[in-house]
Design a binder for this molecule. Structure first.
Ligand SMILES: *[C@@H]1O[C@H](CO)[C@@H](O)[C@H](O)[C@H]1NC(C)=O
Length: 213
């Protein structure tokens, strides 16, 4: 009995030490058919810890993000691009961790970007692990938006939870900001413009699988 329990514990330990494999099911994680072949993604896309933290406090409105190296995202865009539906790109890549509308709510309790950036740096935001699940596509209003859909590790959620505690400690209304309402993604490109209103960029949008190279 004891030995089978320790074997299970050992197998869990082995699994947790290995790099999480990319999702590779025959269907999307929600069990609907893929709409195309796998898109190649360089493993180096995960090496975000070698990039500096980027401060977005002087943008209007400000936001918090984890920077990715665009040079690993551009080849993804090239695989999705076509002359039938040419894609536009912002030529940069990031995972938004606190969105501009969320910052607007947080600022009502005098939460500042200096405080949010300090929490991000204490939690070493550029080293926070995440997993890429699929290429997501939002098709709405005659526009197509392609994203890498991300499952966050615990530490990215911790940043949002630390921000939540700060917001509440400064008198913020807890019902206006939910740290767990988080659908991280990396915008790859779009035919017209990025879309936010009324769409959820989670595994619900999984369109094509990815393969790490
Ligand atoms: C996508 O392809 C079109 C040509 O088919 C090209 O003009 C455009 O620059 C490409 N988009 C990007 C972001 O490279």
């Amino acid at each position: 009995m004891l030995s089978s329990l320790s074997l299970i514990a050992f197998l869990i330990w082995i699994a947790s030490c290995q790099q999480i494999p990319i999702y590779s099911g025959q269907k999307t994680p929600l069990g609907v058919p893929w709409q195309g072949d796998a898109i190649a993604v360089s493993k180096a896309i995960y090496d975000t810890d070698i990039l500096p933290f980027t401060d977005h406090s002087h943008e209007d409105p400000p936001w918090l993000g984890l920077s990715l190296d665009y040079k690993h995202v551009h080849p993804i865009l090239e695989q999705l691009n076509s002359s039938d539906a040419p894609l536009l790109s912002r030529q940069e890549a990031h995972i938004t961790v606190i969105t501009p509308p969320e910052y607007t709510v947080l600022s009502q309790a005098e939460v500042t970007m200096d405080q949010i950036n300090a929490i991000a740096l204490e939690n070493d935001i550029q080293s926070c692990p995440f997993e890429l699940i699929c290429i997501g596509r939002v098709h709405d209003k005659g526009d197509d938006v392609y994203d890498l859909i991300v499952i966050p590790g615990e530490s990215l959620l911790h940043i949002r939870e630390d921000v939540f505690r700060l917001y509440v400690s400064q008198g913020g209304n807890p019902s206006y900001f939910d740290p767990q309402m988080f659908r991280p993604h990396v915008t790859v490109g779009f035919t017209k413009t990025d879309l936010f209103d009324g769409v959820y960029k989670g595994i619900n949008t999984c369109h094509r699988p990815i393969k790490l190279i």
